[in-house]
Design a protein around this ligand. Structure first.
Ligand code: PGA
Length: 242
């Protein structure tokens, strides 16, 4: 099995002082090359100076022009930031990001040879109504529509009811869902094998069991990635599972 990646989605919870202390600690103790940190863009230069592998939490779908407040792939590239998360559920929910917009973003990012971490996941209601499969399939098909080159795309399966709640699907459920996602990708692009990550309340306790699920090719860690201690423990377990 290829080395598992660990991606830190640091969201918006850290202030400047937290960031400086965090970088200091991680610089000294991070010993795994499979880690990509996605800090709030505002702090990117500090992370860059410390030589971490970096990703954005979001990107825009145009590559040139004036779009106040956005970050374009061309700009990311000029900073040598090679990865971006796209379609996180917080953006889908709070910022009304549709599958159509997400598709445009994936397209532009792929055209710019960026590594894309495409987030998909069902709500609690959709799960209760047994609609998980249909929802995930639609998210995959719409996000990847018209995109031929999937080489730099991975999917992060993040059930929305699991994000920030401490709830994690059972091992059996995860095995089943991740297999299904891989099947949909193969169906979408004949036989294509894509890596699928898991995200949602990953912490230093549940990671021990999560790494035993062989279908999972890596992890997208939210809250726990902003606490250096906790994140380093998670990374250690993942590293040991390779
Ligand atoms: P969480 O977030 O680990 O805090 O649940 C995961 C994510 O939103 O990517």
């Amino acid at each position: 099995m290829a080395k598992r990646v660990v991606i830190g989605n640091m969201k918006t919870t850290m202030n400047y002082d937290d960031v400086i202390a965090y970088i200091d600690r991680m610089k000294k103790e991070l010993r795994y090359t499979g880690v990509i940190l996605c800090p709030t863009s505002l702090y990117m230069p500090y992370f860059k100076e410390a030589n971490f592998k970096l990703g954005l939490q979001n990107i825009f779908y145009e590559n040139t022009g004036s779009y106040t407040g956005e970050i374009l792939p061309s700009q990311a590239k000029s900073m040598k930031i090679k990865y971006t998360i796209i379609g996180h559920s917080e953006r889908r929910n709070y910022l009304n990001e549709s599958n159509t917009v997400i598709n445009k973003k994936v397209k532009t990012a792929v055209d710019n040879k960026m590594g894309v971490i495409l987030c998909i996941g069902e709500t609690k209601e959709e799960r209760t109504m047994m609609r998980t499969e249909e929802v995930l399939r639609k998210q995959i098909y719409m996000a990847l529509k018209g995109i031929d080159n999937l080489k730099n795309v991975v999917i992060a399966y993040e059930p929305i009811w699991s994000i920030g709640t401490g709830l994690v699907p059972s091992k059996r459920d995860l095995e089943k869902t991740i297999k299904m996602i891989k099947h949909y990708i193969k169906e979408y692009k004949e036989g294509y094998e894509m890596n699928v990550l898991y995200g949602g309340s990953v912490n230093s306790e549940n990671i021990e069991e999560l790494v035993t699920i062989k279908e999972i090719n890596g992890f997208l860690v939210g809250g726990a990635s902003t606490k250096a201690d906790e994140f380093l423990k998670i990374i250690d377990v993942v590293k040991g599972s390779n």
